[in-house]
Design a protein around this ligand. Sequence first.
Ligand code: RNT
Ligand code: ZN
Length: 418
Amino acid sequence: MKHQSLLQSYEIAKERYQAVGVDVEKALAELQKIAISIHCWQADDVVGFENLGGNIGGGGIQATGNYPGRARNIAELRADIEKVLTLIAGSHRLNLHEIYGDFGSETVDRDAVEPRHFASWMDWAKQKGLKLDFNSTSFGHPKSGDLTLANPDKAIRDFWIEHTKRCRLISEEMGKAQGDPCIMNLWIHDGSKDQTVNRLKYRQILENSLDEIFATDYKNMKDCIEAKLFGIALESYTVGSYDFYLGYGAKKQKIVTLDTGHFHLTESIADKISSLLLFTPEIMLHVSRPIRWDSDHVTIMNDDILDLAKEIVRADALPRVHIGLDYFDASINRIGAYVIGIRATQKAFLQALLEPIAALRKYEENAQYFERLALLEEAKTLPWNAVWDYFCLKNNIPVGEAYIGEIQKYEREVTGKR
Ligand code: RNT
Ligand code: ZN
């Protein structure tokens, strides 16, 4: 489509939005500020770069598919992320897991990892204008088993406590280097395949481990804790359930991570925002797409994500919500998977920012519920897509489906040759 037509469509859309009291330019300025924490693990199917004898799997998560072109080393992963950045607008973050350290030929076990193993990541991120976030990694290791931080065996538990403490230190160093807090997520798979008759015991152990881990206060990193419904082969009991972390987060003022795939399938994640923000400092999101279970399909612009984005904007919560992605689909082009998910998330937030909220709120205050529902319905078909196209145009990135060709080209020249 021609520039001129895109600009004309944008002008018409602006007028249409004005009629319902929405300032399109203000919405665009807000969208430009929304940073998405891009998960590094879509690029390589959550394998990482440890030299501990390869990924041994386990830990209740699983990337499925064998599409060619997985990033096999740090250089490839960085090149892939750099490609992704040319196809999306805005300034973003990169979310690293501990297993993606720059270990060179060193064998570094998880309880021995140091900030220096991430020095090259920090340099690269600075060059690319990316901020870093971080995650401890307790899955895919000989000591992972079914229980890590909740393990009654002190030796194993201490190993993971040490690992997690070191990850906090690394996050602190990252935060310091980038002049912006590094958000560190803690997710463990601990649980049981079958009926558990001492559910309390493991939760008590986990609480104690967390207290020990969080004993040091840091200024340049923020902790978040992520619950889950269940993991593969750990279906009957999850030590770190939502109730557990919600309680812990409220009590200790930690950030609770909401992964959109970690709840009962009909549960609304959007509805959790306003309650969580009353009792915990901030929220971390893992925007994902569950299909029947926590399958980590590529995020798309579906009703769940739209509801979530709208709820965040309606609650004026953008400054208190960190938006990260979390999915790993190994069955399609991985660069494409990133771009689809990032653009879908941005589209959802754009629509949220374009909502005629003042008019809707007025109807609600006056108990005009027919009018509220009617405007909500009409708002769905307001020309947000013309605003989206303009956002891409303004940011000098491909408009609409034009990015497909760019990814095909990168596949021909780069990922297809791996
Ligand atoms: C697992 C959690 C967790 C992981 C990443 C790799 O169910 O969602 O966030 O996906 O840490
Ligand atoms: Zn997650």
